[in-house]
Design a protein around this ligand. Structure first.
Ligand code: ZN
Length: 271
């Protein structure tokens, strides 16, 4: 079972193009993110509702394979309602967010966390440098997500191992892991989305540190493909990551199974 946890859509994709790419790469399921809402400078100005409805139509063509993630911009009015609409009414698998002009520790976005926990919806946050969103990297330092420990029902992943702040991401992972030993009744909160963002020169080091410190049970694999490009980018990332895992890191087959798919099933609440 191979699950690509991190695929972007821009509103031009068809279900067939996404599925053809997945087949070419040998990917069983992918988490497909809705087009970014209003504040994004890269895509057309989608409203959250419009993006959710568009993606719902794509995912409905292959509900076992295309797992839709709504993109919630928590500073927009109606964000909590749009989250509820996507998860509760449309059956979306999770939530994607990019903190490109707000701090994840800002209390104004807490109602969205509260609702995600209530709905048991996993959140994937971008974390790490942002190359395309103005001067927004300061919002994406991993420790700014520490307040999520006050939302114990929220399951979340920080994407890209927060590169270049990999050490800080892992330290935060350690912070959340420590909560588990305090005897809380809620399950493990923080997961690490290892989707590149780490350039090749850093990738081996980042994955080695991740496996060494965080183990292999809460790491997720993703390609950061666009929906129309999985047959190229998804294939490349999968091939090079597997090679790295076996040849440089000498990890066992069990780690590969967990990283590439089994963990994602748990993160998504599918098992
Ligand atoms: Zn991405």
């Amino acid at each position: 079972m191979i699950i690509d946890i991190h695929v972007h859509a821009f509103g031009e994709e068809t279900a067939k193009a996404v599925l053809d790419g997945m087949d070419a790469a040998g990917i069983d399921k992918c988490c497909l993110f809705a087009p970014a809402p209003e504040t994004d400078e890269l895509s057309k100005r989608w409203a959250m509702r419009e993006a959710t409805d568009w993606l719902a139509r794509i995912a409905a063509e292959a509900p076992d394979r295309i797992l839709p993630f709504c993109w919630i911009e928590p500073t927009l009015p109606g964000a909590v309602q749009e989250l509820e609409y996507a998860i509760a009414d449309k059956g979306f698998a999770g939530v994607k967010m990019i903190a490109n002009h707000w701090y994840p520790c800002d209390e104004t976005v807490f109602p969205v966390y509260e609702k995600a926990g209530e709905l048991n919806a996993p959140i994937i946050f971008h974390s790490g440098i942002l190359y395309f969103h103005g001067d927004s990297s300061r919002f994406n330092r991993p420790v700014f997500w520490e307040p999520l420990l006050h939302f114990p029902k929220v399951r979340f992943a920080l994407a890209h191992i927060s590169w270049p702040w990999v050490d800080e991401c892992l330290a935060l992972y350690g912070r959340f892991r420590a909560l588990n030993s305090e005897g809380r009744e809620h399950p493990h909160q923080m997961w690490i989305d290892t989707t590149p963002g780490t350039p090749p020169a850093w990738r081996e080091d980042a994955l080695r540190k991740t496996l060494s410190f965080a183990g292999d049970e809460y790491i997720l694999w993703g390609s950061d493909s666009v929906g129309t490009g999985i047959h190229e980018h998804g294939v490349d990332v999968l091939r090079s990551d597997r090679q790295l895992l076996h040849q440089q890191l000498g990890a066992p087959a069990e780690t590969e199974r967990r990283w590439l798919g089994e963990n994602a099933l748990r993160f998504l609440g599918l098992v």
